[in-house]
Design a binder for this molecule. Sequence first.
Ligand code: ZN
Length: 83
Amino acid sequence: MADPATLDETCKAEMTLWAFCRACGHASLFDPQFLRGKVKDGDERLSAVAAQFKCSRCSRADVRLIPTPRTMVSFEKMGTARP
Ligand SMILES: [Zn+2]
């Protein structure tokens, strides 16, 4: 199966998301269901969704979302670039 391309597909595939900041290298894991509640359209591509968020460490909006299998980690909250 191909990697999920949207939040809805990531939820359906029961995967989680690495949010990786290209500016400072900060990486966090996020629950796609949590992010789904933050955006208007779950069918938007992950790259478009990532553009709506900013890094919680350096506040730059240069974030990539990378689908990955679920692991035993706790999720943290992510700041939004748009209020
Ligand atoms: Zn950063």
